[in-house]
Design a protein around this ligand. Structure first.
Ligand code: HEM
Length: 252
C-alpha cells in the first residue's frame, strides 16, 4: 500500500476547486488501484488543501491508474490546478498507526472480562449438555471457559492475555486441528453461544450484535475448515482484531 499526498495552495476560487475534485473523485471511486481518498482543507490557511490517496501500490498508481482508461477523465477535471501543487509524493505507511479512544472497543462495550467470562461459563454449560457438540468437549479442562473468554477479550480490543499467557494464535489453532468439526456442530456451537449471550445479558443492540456475530461466523467457519483432516492452515498468525465494521456503536 502507498499513500500519495498532494498539497495544493489554491489562488482565488476554492469553490471551483472543490467542485472539480468532487467530479474527479468518481474516477478514483471506480479505480481498482485506489483504496481510498480524502481531500482536506486547512483551517489555518483556507487556501491550502491536502489530498490523500491510498493506492494498492506505487506501481499500480503510476502504471495501472495513470496508464488506464480512467485517468484522462480524472485529469480533465483537475488540470486547471496542476500549477497550484506544492507537493506530490508517495509515502510508505509505518507500523505506527491505529485508532484513538473516541469509539469504545467492542470489549469495553460488551462489559469487559467479567461479562465475557459470564458468557463463556454459561455457554460451556449448554455445550456440555448438548448431544451434538457435547462429545467434542468431553475432555476439556476446567479452565476452558476462562481461556475462551481471554481469547474473545483479545479479539475485541481487550488485554492481549491469550497471547501472553496461553500461546496466542498457534495454541488456539492447535486445539482445533484434526477435530473434524461438522457443519451441524459448528451451527449448534453458534446457536448455543447466542442463547448464552441472551441469557447472561450481553449487549443486544443491533450494532454490537451485528459485529459480534460477524466475528463468530468468521471464526467458527475457520475453526471448521482448520479442523478437517489434511487441512494446512498457517501455523503462525497474529490474533485477529475485530472492530465495529460499518455500524459503530449508537449512543443516540
Ligand atoms: C469463533 C469461534 C471459536 C473460538 C473463538 C474458539 C476458541 C477456542 C479456544 C481459545 C480454545 C482453546 C482454549 C484453551 O486455550 O484452553 C478452543 C478449543 C477448542 N474448541 Fe474452539 N473456538 C471456536 C470455534 C469452535 C467450534 C465451532 C468448535 C466445534 C464445534 C470448537 C471446538 C473446540 C474444541 C473441541 C476445543 C478443545 C477442547 C479441549 O480442550 O478439549 N471451537 N476453542
Amino acid at each position: 500500500m502507498t499513500v500519495e499526498y498532494i498539497r495544493y495552495r489554491i489562488p482565488g476560487d476554492t469553490t471551483a476547486f472543490e467542485e472539480a475534485y468532487g467530479r474527479a473523485a468518481r474516477f478514483l471511486a471506480l479505480a481498482p488501484q485506489c483504496v481510498d481518498y480524502e481531500l482536506s482543507r486547512c483551517t489555518d490557511e483556507p487556501d491550502v488543501y491536502i489530498l490523500r490517496i491510498t493506492w494498492t501500490s506505487t506501481e499500480d498508481h503510476l502504471k495501472g491508474f495513470r496508464g488506464g482508461d480512467l485517468f484522462p477523465g480524472f485529469l480533465a477535471e483537475i488540470r486547471p490546478w496542476i500549477e497550484a501543487i506544492d507537493e506530490m509524493r508517495h509515502y510508505e505507511r509505518t507500523a505506527v498507526r491505529g485508532q484513538g479512544g473516541s469509539i469504545p472497543s467492542m470489549y469495553e462495550w460488551a462489559g469487559g472480562t467479567e461479562a465475557l467470562e459470564r458468557l463463556t461459563e454459561r455457554f460451556y454449560q449448554l455445550v456440555i449438555a448438548d448431544d451434538v457438540v457435547g462429545p467434542l468437549f468431553a475432555h476439556m479442562d476446567a479452565g476452558h471457559p476462562k481461556h475462551v473468554a481471554m481469547w474473545l477479550a483479545e479479539v475485541f480490543g481487550g488485554p492481549a492475555r491469550y497471547t501472553g499467557e496461553r500461546g496466542g494464535y498457534p495454541a488456539m489453532l492447535g486445539h482445533h486441528l484434526g477435530r473434524g468439526i461438522t457443519e451441524r456442530q459448528r451451527r449448534r456451537w453458534v446457536d448455543l453461544l447466542v442463547d448464552a449471550a441472551d441469557e447472561v445479558g450481553l449487549p443486544d443492540d443491533p450494532e454490537f450484535r451485528a459485529a459480534f456475530m460477524g466475528y463468530i461466523e468468521w471464526g467458527t467457519r475457520l475453526a471448521l475448515a482448520n479442523s478437517q483432516p489434511g487441512a494446512t492452515p498457517p501455523r503462525e498468525a497474529p490474533v485477529p482484531h475485530w472492530g465495529w465494521g460499518v455500524a459503530p456503536p449508537y449512543n443516540g
